[in-house]
Design a protein around this ligand. Structure first.
Ligand code: IDP
Ligand code: MG
Length: 140
């Protein structure tokens, strides 16, 4: 299986509860290496553009408000099958449906404040990584 990279965000509900370290431990214990990471305050323009695919959804405005409500940690994770592996580790969008042991089952507060973002395809991972990181910031 190929070594891949995926893009991850530790969302404001998780940074607010000081969960960055616990979530990073889960990545590392599951074969995902953090090859780039920074804590940032997203601007409204950033959040609207990042979640642009959801612009027509009823929850879009609230989602943008939530994503700018506090710091986030943006990350690049690398490992075998990283995109699918991270989606499995994250669990379902709605924590009520997330499997035992997943990040969202363990930590998410709600379907909106669900602690983590992870790319849903290798193509989107490349786009999302380039949106937040310069090539020199990725240290594999
Ligand atoms: P994903 O994060 O599991 O890929 P998406 O459908 O891409 O889920 O939705 C992006 C984000 O939008 C979710 O992670 C969550 O924060 C928020 N979201 C998705 N569906 C709802 C909803 O029905 N109500 C409120 N927020 C939602
Ligand atoms: Mg998604």
């Amino acid at each position: 299986m190929a070594i891949e990279r995926t893009f991850s965000i530790i969302k404001p509900d998780a940074t607010r509860r000081n969960l960055t370290g616990k979530i990073n431990t889960l990545f590392e214990e599951n074969g995902l290496s953090i090859i780039a990471q920074k804590r940032i305050q997203m601007s409204r323009a950033h959040a609207e553009s990042f979640y642009g695919v959801h612009a027509a959804r009823p929850f879009f405005k609230d989602l943008v408000e939530f994503m700018v409500s506090g710091p986030v940690v943006v990350q690049v994770l690398e490992g075998e099958n990283a995109v699918a592996k991270n989606r499995d580790l994250m669990g379902a969008t709605n924590p009520a449906n997330a499997a035992e042991g997943t990040i969202r089952k363990l930590f998410a507060e709600s379907i909106e404040a669900n602690s983590v973002h992870g790319s849903d395809s290798a193509e989107n991972a490349a786009i999302e990584i380039a949106y937040f990181f310069a090539g020199l910031e990725l240290v594999g």
